[in-house]
Ligand binder design. Structure first.
Ligand SMILES: C=C(O[C@@H]1C=C(C(=O)O)C=C[C@H]1O)C(=O)O
Length: 133
């Protein structure tokens, strides 16, 4: 299909039109070096795709938790659960030679987004109960 009549959403197009060889380094290094770089980048692209799919599944699960909490009037965050998760992830990271500080920051980043979703779900739920728009 020509680009002119392409009605696919921008994100769908970006995925479909992704150029795995896009680089600012063409002509900057020996072709053998660029070929090795390209091979490693293939692995990075696979991992990035897996991360997105895993995060999508995680958010699908946390949305269910959010709905359950809202239906039963439970708070969005659960600090004791978070502390246990962070301790576990830090240990896992250390054994995998990943920086535990980074693992903790990454988990906190995700959890704060989850809590934002839970607050929104709970407000929605309350509005529906009150009959307010
Ligand atoms: C998903 C939950 O809600 C929040 C988000 C968490 C998470 O993303 O893992 C963990 C604890 C809660 O602060 C939960 O309580 O299990």
């Amino acid at each position: 299909m020509s680009a002119l009549h392409d009605n696919a959403p921008a994100d769908v197009r970006a995925h479909r039109d992704f150029d795995p060889e896009a680089s600012s380094l063409h002509g900057e290094a020996d072709p053998a070096v660029l070929a090795e770089l390209q091979a490693i980048r293939g692995t990075i692209d696979n991992i990035d795709a897996a991360l997105v799919h895993m995060l999508a599944e995680r958010f699908r699960a946390t949305q269910r938790v959010g709905v359950l909490k809202a239906a039963h009037g439970l708070p969005a965050g659960d600090p004791d659960r978070e502390a246990a998760q962070i301790g576990r992830l830090r240990a896992l990271a250390a054994s995998a030679q990943l920086d535990p500080e980074f693992a903790e920051k990454f988990l906190n980043f995700i959890i704060s987004e989850v809590i934002r979703h839970h607050v929104a779900i709970s407000e929605d739920h309350r509005r529906r109960d009150d009959g307010t728009p």
